[in-house]
Design a protein. Structure first.
Length: 140
């Protein structure tokens, strides 16, 4: 298992990488998955737009892009997070920045565990899974 956290073009967020890695592993186990190689890249809006355009042919900003390399129950992937969009979302939803960041961090893991969010029903299930995961983090 290896979970890495890197930053490009932004100040690295104030996170406890060891505690986050343990939390991520716990959430994956709850979904009957094991952690393989997970790489997080924290960046700015311009970088995530560039990735969105280059790899997904999407011409818009987003808070997270998840590239899934999972095989069977072993989840692996690259997760790119725009800290600028996380910040604007935390302001829009009137949530704490750290809470919003943790929500987005686990959102990518939930995608790797097979959770979708394209339909209204999937989106509600994703939100429920995020809230459940956040409770695990904040109760530890």
């Amino acid at each position: 298992m290896e979970i890495t956290f890197q930053s490009e073009g932004v100040e690295h967020p104030s996170i406890d990488e060891h505690a986050l890695s343990q939390w991520i592993e716990s959430v994956a186990k709850k979904h009957n998955r094991e952690i393989g190689e997970i790489s997080y890249l924290f960046c700015d809006d311009e970088k995530i737009l560039e990735v969105n355009q280059q790899y997904l042919n999407h011409d818009f900003y987003t808070d997270i892009i998840t590239f899934d390399y999972s095989e069977g129950n072993m989840i692996s992937g690259d997760i790119i997070i725009s800290l600028q969009t996380v910040e604007s979302n935390s302001q829009m939803y009137k949530t704490d920045f750290q809470e919003e960041l943790h929500r987005v961090i686990i959102h990518g893991i939930l995608h790797l565990c097979g959770q979708g969010d394209l339909t209204e029903e999937e989106e509600k299930a994703m939100r429920d899974a995020e809230n459940s995961a956040l409770k695990m983090l904040f109760s530890e």
